[in-house]
Design a protein around this ligand. Structure first.
Ligand code: PMP
Length: 441
């Protein structure tokens, strides 16, 4: 039974397991936006494999693509040898990449996870520029390997793992609601952009010109914080001027999630290096780095490893990419995201525990705050992590799976499949209203 399986795994597995603690369900089947548990209950999946399942669970096109590889007798594992499956995946990817990048790029199959691709991107930028430094941003999340972790903004995530990087400079991400300079709105935004510029342009800044700047177009794990378009354009202009490789970590924002094919598209920015994972493998492990051909100056074997070309993942990924394009799912995410955002902000009037609500497309976050706390200089109330955990539990009790992230883990994050139906969105909203009522009592 579900209870037995949960108890047995809790007893046998490491103390580091996470999701399984917060979401005590035992998925046995899944279709579309829904997971069926061993308890026989259906759950609306607004986590979708941490944003991986753009098409939801077991989309027919993805299942058919995987089945076709299995039925064809193709090898499942041939390291990074050339195969028709890889060739097809690469063609599908090139069709959707920003045109300027697709026109003259190289693709590296970096490994099974997003963190692998982040590591590869930083190594590539360091090799290509001959410099060591990297600019990363407060609130950033780039993965759990030592290098990617060093780039991660949250001390609470980074410090226990002892990860550091002597060459790393952490800069304030433009977050108007939580501006480190105490400046709201576009003032904070331009202060952040000017700060980056000063570090590079002023010989007295004490900062060496870095190899790269790594940015999430919308911070995900950091609490769903979109980078303002003008700020991202300023970062692009400054990095270009000083020959710093701009690495866009599109692991979570890529492939329609934010209401555009890529997160950088909103600002019309083209990075030098793009890091892709999650949806790129259609639910199976795959991570890819795409970069301007001119950077391709690293030596053979510079980023290698055993799992660099999973055939099933590439087949699932190609099917997913094509389906997103064919069904216009980026536009669909934009529309549905706007609708959800409008309704969620409407809930603020009833529920004082709702702080800022942020996001883009179907990447949404609701800050859960303590309405009785002392607001900071910008009017932001203190985070209320215990309330956020209660909200997550109330949602799960009503059959909705959602996760927390952000500062103090007090941001409720919604990452439903891009195929979420209107009726499913309505269901989510009504369950959320009930859960908020319960937690507000
Ligand atoms: N970058 C971003 C923006 C992410 O959201 C994540 C995962 N949540 C990663 C990198 C790391 O990917 P992975 O967990 O597959 O290593």
């Amino acid at each position: 039974s579900a209870t037995k399986i949960l108890a047995r795994q809790a007893a046998r597995e490491s103390a580091a397991r996470t999701y399984a603690r917060h979401l005590p369900i035992v998925p046995v089947r899944a279709q579309g936006s829904w997971i069926t548990g061993a308890d026989g209950r259906d759950y609306l999946d607004c986590l979708s494999g941490a944003g991986t399942l753009a098409l939801g669970h077991n989309h027919p096109a993805v299942v058919a693509a995987i089945r076709a590889v299995l039925d064809s007798g193709a090898p499942l594992h041939v390291l990074d040898l050339a195969t028709p499956v890889k060739d097809d995946f690469t063609s599908a990817l090139l069709e959707v990449l920003p045109a300027e990048l697709a026109a003259d790029c190289r693709i590296h199959f970096a490994g099974p996870t997003g963190a692998d691709a982040v590591e590869a991107a930083v190594k590539l930028a360091r090799t290509a520029t001959g410099r060591r430094g990297v600019f990363a941003f407060t609130g950033a999340y780039h993965g759990m390997t030592a290098g990617a972790l060093a780039l991660t903004g949250a001390n609470a995530v980074r410090d226990p793992a002892g990860a550091g990087d002597a060459y790393l400079t952490r800069l304030p991400f433009p977050h108007p609601y939580r501006c480190p300079f105490g400046l709201g709105g576009t003032l904070g935004e331009s202060a952040s952009a000017a700060y980056v510029r000063t570090l590079l342009s002023d010989p007295h800044s004490g900062t060496a010109i870095p190899a790269a700047a790594v940015v999430e177009p919308v911070q995900g794990e950091g609490g769903v914080v979109p980078a303002p378009d003008a700020w991202l354009r300023a970062l692009r202009a400054t990095t270009a001027e000083y020959g710093v490789a701009l690495i866009a970590d599109e692991v979570q924002t890529g492939f329609g999630r934010t209401g555009a094919l890529f997160g950088v598209d909103h600002a019309g920015v083209v990075p030098d290096i793009m890091v892709l994972s999650k949806a790129v493998g259609g639910g199976l492990p795959l991570a890819v780095v795409v970069y301007r051909a001119g950077l391709d100056r690293w030596s053979e074997g510079a980023h290698t490893g055993t799992f660099r070309g999973d055939q099933l993942a590439m087949a699932a990924g190609a099917a997913t990419i094509r389906q997103i394009a064919a069904d216009g799912l980026a536009d669909r995410a934009a529309l549905l995201g706007d609708r959800l955002m409008g309704r969620l902000t409407g809930y603020q009037a009833r529920h004082a525990l709702l702080g800022q609500i942020r996001g883009r497309g179907l990447m949404l976050g609701m800050e859960i705050v303590d309405p009785t706390g002392e607001p900071d200089a910008l009017g932001a109330l203190p985070a209320a992590p215990a309330t956020a955990r209660r909200l997550r539990a109330e949602l799960l009790a009503r059959g909705v799976i959602a996760e927390l992230g952000g500062r103090y883990g007090a941001v409720l994050r919604l990452l439903p499949p891009l195929t979420l139906g209107d009726d499913e969105a309505d269901h989510l909203l009504s369950v959320l209203a009930l859960a908020l009522d319960t937690v507000s009592e």
